[in-house]
Every structure is written in structure tokens, then in C-alpha cells.
Design a protein around this ligand. Sequence first.
Ligand code: ARG
Length: 439
Amino acid sequence: MKLWGGRFKEKESKLMEDFNSSLRFDKKLYKYDIQGSIAHVKMLAKCNILTDEEKDEIIKGLISILKDIDEGKLLIEGEYEDIHSFVEMNLISRIGEIGKKLHTARSRNDQVALDFRLYAKDRAKEIIEEIVNLKEAIVELGDENNVLMPGYTHLQRAQVVTFKYHIMAYYNMLVRDEKRMLNAIEVMDESPLGCCALAGTTYNTDRDFTAKELGFKKPVDNFLDGVSDRDFAIEILSACSIIMMHLSRLSEEIIIWSSKEFDFIEISDEFSTGSSIMPQKKNPDAAELIRGKTGGVYGNLMALLTTMKGIPLAYNKDMQEDKEGFFSGTNNVISCLKIMSGMLSSLKVNEEVTKNAVKKGFLNATEGADYLVTKGIPFRDAHRIIGEIVLYCEEYCTTIESLNLKELKKFSDAFDEDIYEFIDYESTLKRGIKKEIIK
Ligand code: ARG
């Protein structure tokens, strides 16, 4: 069933009909399609293109379709070309001839551009909500676990930090993610409705009215751009990709920390799974799936960028391929944010293990060198002296702070009793950049 056909002599091949139809996936847009049509019809009546009675009749019909879909009484299926055809043809079959007036001064090109923007805006807002929830879960987890742990570079123990300080790095990433998503909403906040196919309409329509009615800041400035712009979807998918990169890095840490080799954390039973053969196993599947889904979201972004890159203005059917990847990418980001919040809220940190790990790995070596600098030794020499001490400690399986003053003085005369306080792990943490987080 189609909205066109007047200029055709022969029937479309069934193969082509299936190939061309987007109903299977764009049915997700039904709510936005109806919302857009209601705003459009109100505008048509305001501009005296439709009578008030016609407007009321059409709106009543559209609302009844919306209600029936919501309640599962009307299934979005059948041989329709897309969701726009589905709604319009159902309207005509419900209210008759008047329904045929709905599409006055509109094209499916501005209609789909509108529906997709409305959908994208809502998904972006949902993602922001989930970012806020995850930020809260991180703050809570950090506050409950303000405990010493090694900080790493090259995955080698480097200097002392706290679990809280480490996890709060992700909080800061999410702050930027949230800003990026808010900015994407701000940039896309213009209505394409009224651009029609590409060059507007001869009717005297009111685009400001529909823009306001649909909650946009203003109508788009250029009609060709309005119907063929998919930057908003690319921008959201790009922000989603960065979110996933952050979640994937955190997942990787969770996976490593939960291994017996590290044993820094325990993932709750709620967010772990078992093995069908090895009874002892508790696997970090939630984190692994987040890490795994990251590739898919990057793929969604690449697919849309590639689809758009060679398309001349204005609308081309290639653009129908903009939706599935966007639906899947944004859905995945929302579920990964939810899963990460749940996993972090129920995570246990093994304080004794993280604290003990600090003692192995010479995490106070840099501070030892800093100490010698305070005694007048140039940093490069101080670095060498401490290096020699580390080598010595490794040989005798001991730590810098366990050496007595006599032993230390063999490496440098500058060592004094105050070295022990200076390289104490808690006190190294209290100095320098970490002062404010030790509260
Ligand atoms: N299903 C189409 C899409 O998603 C709707 C727009 C169709 N426009 C057209 N000129 N055939 O892009």
C-alpha cells in the first residue's frame, strides 16, 4: 500500500517493495510522526489552509491511532512503505476523505527529518539522565572507598592514590560526556518541518508556529539543508562513541581488578555470571559486554558517516539507512550506562588488598627522590640514588621505608630521620595534588 502510484503503469516488484520498505524499523518513530502531524494540522488550520472542523477531525483520528498503537490494538505491520504511509493510510481508512488533506504542504522528506530529530532529542535526553545516575553511583562508591591503592602507568605500580581518586577520574569523563550531549541537543534544536520536499511550498505556511509547537528553538534557515541534514544523528553517535570508550576503559579496569591476580574488587552476584563447565568461576560478563558493545557503537557512527559522505543535496533514499544504526547505538549506550551504574552500586572494594598492594612496588620512590632534593641534591642525582636503593631492596626483598638510617646513608649522606615521615604512604598522599581528596 502506497501513497503514490498515479504516474505508474505497472506494479512494483514484490522484491523491490520489500527492499524499499523501512516500516520494519522506522515503526519506532510512530509517536513522533503523529506528534509532528498534529502540529502540522494545527498550523494548516491557523493559516486557513484547513478548516477548524477538518483540523479537529484529523487530530481526533491521529489520537485514536496513537492510542490504539500504544494499547497494542493496532499493530504496525503490513505492506506499507514506511511509518509515515502507515499512519496516513490508517487515518484515511478511519476518517475517510478528510484524512487525505493531512499531507497538504508537507513532504515525507521534511516529515522524516522531523520525526528523526524528535526521536534523537529524546534519546539524547535519556542518555543524559543515565549519565547523571552513573555519576551519582561513582560518587557514592568513591565516598565509601576512600582507601589507599596503587596508581598505575603502563599497568605498573607507580604512585599512591586512593580508590576514590581513581574512580573519580571516570566521573570527570562523564561530566564532559554530559556536556557533549547537551551541546548536541542545543545544536540540533531547529525544526525542519515546512521545508517540504526541498524548496518549500506555495502555501502560506507558518514554520515558526510548528517549530514552537514541537518544542524547537526555531525553524531551520535553509530548506535543502533542513531535509538532508543528518549531522545531529552523527553528533549524538559520536558523543555516544566517546561515552562507550570511557565505559570500556572502566570495564577493562573492573575486569582486571576482579581477577584473582589483583583481587582489588568483587563484583556482586547480581552483575556476574557463572561457567557451564567450571563450577568455581564467577565471570565479569557485564563489564565484558560493555567493552564488547563499544565496537558496535563505533561501527554505527562509521556507517552513518560513510552513508552521508557522498550524497548530493537534498534528500536521497540512502538516508533511509540512517536509522537502524542510530537506534541500535543509542539503545546500547543507554543499557550500558544502566548496567555500569548497577554494577558499581553493588561493587565491593577489598580495602586490605589495595592497601597492601601499595606497600609493594616502591610507590614512594618518587617522593624519596623529592626528599633528597629538599636536602639540596639535584633531582637527576636524587633519581639515580633512589634507583640504586630500589635495586638493593629488590635484591634483599625489602622496601625503602624498612631500611635503617645507616643503610640509607650508604647511598647518600643527605638522608636523615625525617625521611621516614616524608615517604610514608599516607603522608605522600596528603601532600601534592591529592590533598583535597583525602578529606
Ligand atoms: N522512509 C523514508 C526515510 O526513512 C521516508 C522519506 C521518503 N522520502 C522519499 N522522497 N521517498 O528516509
